[in-house]
Design a protein around this ligand. Structure first.
Ligand code: ZN
Length: 119
């Protein structure tokens, strides 16, 4: 992968990170605005569901942010774009679509086949 390609991925990840932080802030703000004491049992259930949804979204975002940080770390270490399993270069086309992927197509397929076999 060329430096130019790496910079492209890096800027994609920075943008993605900003988007995630913005939507997390937005979700948090909404949660605060909706944070009213439930008036009866019925409302309480709805409140619980809403809180659950908010938590789920934030957990997913947190996971995603973690993946982005991991990708930045791999870039710093010069390991970004190498398959974690076999060490082969992952194609730029693949990284462009899935910037977090740390496995090449072959290794990913092996894992997917294995998962299907065990399912
Ligand atoms: Zn591999």
């Amino acid at each position: 992968m060329t430096n130019k390609q790496l910079e492209f991925i890096r800027s994609t990840l920075i943008k993605k990170k900003e988007d995630l932080l913005n939507s997390s802030r937005h979700a948090f703000k909404q949660m605060m605005e909706n944070d009213q004491r439930p008036s009866d049992e019925g409302d309480y259930a709805v409140e619980e569901v809403n809180q659950y949804l908010t938590c789920t979204i934030q957990t997913r975002d947190r996971k995603c942010l973690l993946e982005i940080e991991k990708a930045f770390k791999r870039m710093e270490d010069g390991e970004y774009g190498c398959c974690e399993s076999c060490g082969e270069q992952i194609s730029f086309e693949r990284l462009k679509v899935q910037p977090f992927c740390s496995l090449c197509v072959d290794c990913m397929q092996d894992i997917e086949l294995e998962q299907k076999r065990l399912a």
